[in-house]
Design a protein around this ligand. Structure first.
Ligand SMILES: [Zn+2]
Length: 83
């Protein structure tokens, strides 16, 4: 199974997300398991289960979201229209 890169929006306003390093806007998504013990040490109980990891297609930088606030869009379809 091969999954192509996707466009990403964040939050209810669907703000377009770009790589913090290279400003690329295509990502591969992967689930990241967080270290539960470490999370508890820092009182991040809400971050226990897993996180959404977005790997930049261009530079490989991994962006991690611990809240369910990202939406993924097929690169071919483009971003959703606002409203
Ligand atoms: Zn990048």
């Amino acid at each position: 199974m091969s999954k192509g890169p996707v466009l990403v929006t964040v939050g209810p306003d669907r703000r377009r997300f770009a790589c913090l390093v290279c400003r690329g806007n295509l990502f591969y998504d992967r689930e990241i398991k967080l270290n539960t013990t470490g999370a508890e040490l820092f009182d991040f109980a809400w971050a226990n289960a897993s996180a959404d990891g977005l790997v930049c297609q261009e530079c490989g930088y991994v962006h991690t979201f611990v809240r369910d606030c990202v939406e993924l869009w097929k690169a071919g379809g483009g971003y959703p229209d606002a409203g």
